[in-house]
Design a binder for this molecule. Structure first.
Ligand SMILES: Cc1cc2nc3c(=O)[nH]c(=O)nc-3n(C[C@H](O)[C@H](O)[C@H](O)COP(=O)(O)O)c2cc1C
Length: 134
């Protein structure tokens, strides 16, 4: 696992909505937007699954994720990769439901997607593009 440096956390926090990519086990990529992504700690993210369909199927067969963020003011962009654990009961799930229903009680809050960050890359254009950050 790796820790997000402050500029990565700041860029991700301000990214709305956040594009997240998954892939099926035979490699078909899929990207969706999520609004309900929060930073739990420096190496952990929580995502609320309200409407995932292909994303849920992909995570069940290939529990990996790639997340992208960009800030036009600071001119920083990062690609975050992680390992995913999906839950439909338990402590993380209950926390996710509380959070989501605090935003909108009508949301289904189907499952909780926890991301342990494994790699972070610079995704800004220029000479450092593609370089590993952590
Ligand atoms: C701005 C925006 C924010 C969204 N936020 C979420 C979210 O937080 N959670 C969620 O499950 N779906 C969210 N969606 C819906 C997904 O992007 C997508 O429609 C859903 O996962 C179905 O696509 P899939 O079959 O590729 O998974 C959002 C869509 C948009 C346009």
């Amino acid at each position: 696992m790796v820790k997000m440096p402050p500029d990565v956390k700041d860029t991700l926090q301000k990214q709305k909505p956040v594009p997240i990519a998954t892939a099926s086990k035979d490699g078909m990529p899929n990207v969706v937007f999520v609004g309900l992504l929060k930073i739990v700690d420096d190496e952990t993210l929580m995502i609320a699954d309200n409407f995932f369909y292909k994303t849920a199927r992909n995570l069940a067969e290939n529990p990996k994720i790639s997340i992208l963020c960009y800030n036009g003011e600071t001119k920083k962009s990062f690609q975050i990769k992680g390992d995913v654990t999906v839950s439909i009961a338990g402590e993380n799930f209950e926390q996710m439901r509380k959070w989501v229903h605090g935003v909108n009680e009508k949301l289904p809050a189907k499952s909780c997607v926890m991301v342990k960050i494994t790699e972070i890359y610079n995704a800004m254009w220029g000479p450092a593009a593609g370089k590993k950050v952590a």
